[in-house]
Design a protein around this ligand. Structure first.
Ligand code: ADP
Length: 305
């Protein structure tokens, strides 16, 4: 049985259909990614799955419970890391865990017994009595993650868990999420970071305008949607890039220009690299295609605010 299944889900706000017939299933013990540009409907989908927003149509089953009818029972087995930290600033780290555990109906003694282990998981062992205001952004995120685990959930929803964190703090969160998966938990993750999705997700869907536009493992998506090699060519203000692109576009399967950079997507980059070796004033980088290339191809390069 899927840990979460969503079938033909729809939700509109006014005239705008934010979730427009979305279907997917998440297998237990896997990490599932929900990717899409700003406004694609990711947060709304998470809220619908948790029974926090009522759908207009469609079926959702979370941990065997129908949502929204049986949302309370389903939420008892789910942890949530919201996009913005909502720790209680008046309480210490330990108190935040205690208060949150009470929402789940856990006896104080049981929560107190778990607090050291939760703080250790968050790498905050020395911070039990520290006030929230004294924590860094990374510490707050880790405490929010620990808080989501207070009732030992089967499934954890994470809405952009590393947005705003520095690289070290992101790596630590990734390590912890891998540990949770290794412990058999199901993770549902939204993220803007393609490297994060590529690292963590077993399966993901790309959503735009409330519709699923691609689905698969990161590797499958790269193999299906994109040429395997990418050469990024940068103009070092010599003005030769447009001419170079014009004369060499046949050496790539596809070329995209973005500002001062041209992206050549190639099955075999060798002829293009040979041509670049003779060019002065153009810098370039040759790399393997990644999930970000897939994402940009599917959702376009225009800004979404
Ligand atoms: P994402 O998480 O992919 O950025 P959201 O699900 O937050 O997207 O939002 C999708 C769209 O729905 C946005 O245009 C947003 O403004 C709109 N929206 C979200 N929640 C509400 C709401 N409660 N009322 C009206 N519009 C909303």
């Amino acid at each position: 049985m899927a840990a979460l299944s969503v079938d033909s889900l729809r939700k509109a706000y006014g005239d705008s259909e934010v979730v427009a017939g979305l279907s997917f299933a998440v297998q237990p013990g896997t990490c599932f990614g929900l990717l899409g540009p700003n406004g694609a409907g990711k947060t709304t989908t998470l809220r619908l799955c948790l029974g926090l927003t009522a759908p207009d149509a469609g079926r959702i089953t979370l941990g065997g419970h129908a949502i929204p009818q049986d949302a309370q029972a389903a939420r008892a087995r789910a942890g949530v890391v919201p996009q913005f930290d909502n720790l209680d600033p008046d309480f210490t780290c330990a108190e935040n865990l205690l208060v949150f555990g009470r929402y789940f109906g856990l006896p104080d003694a049981e929560i107190r017994a778990r607090i050291p282990q939760l703080l250790e998981f968050a790498s905050l062992s020395g911070k039990a009595d520290a006030r929230i205001a004294t924590l860094s952004g990374g510490m707050k995120r880790r405490l929010t993650l620990a808080r989501a685990l207070v009732a030992n959930p089967d499934i954890v929803f994470l809405d952009e868990p590393t947005t705003g964190l520095d690289p070290q703090a992101r790596h630590l969160i990734w390590e912890r999420l891998k540990q949770l998966k290794a412990a058999g938990k199901t993770l549902i993750l939204t993220t803007h970071f393609m490297d994060e999705a590529e690292r963590l997700c077993d399966t993901l869907i790309v959503v735009d305008h409330g519709r699923k536009i691609a689905e698969g493992s990161p590797r499958e998506l790269i193999a299906t949607h994109i040429e395997p090699q990418v050469v990024e060519v940068f103009d070092e203000s010599c003005g030769r890039l447009p001419g170079f692109v014009e004369n060499h576009r046949q050496l790539a399967e596809r070329v995209e220009a973005s500002g001062e950079t041209a992206f050549f997507y190639c099955r075999d980059a060798a002829p293009l690299l040979a041509a670049l070796a003779d060019e002065d004033g153009l810098r370039y980088m040759h790399r393997a295609a990644n999930l970000e290339d897939v994402f940009i191809k599917l959702t376009g390069r225009e800004l979404r605010d």
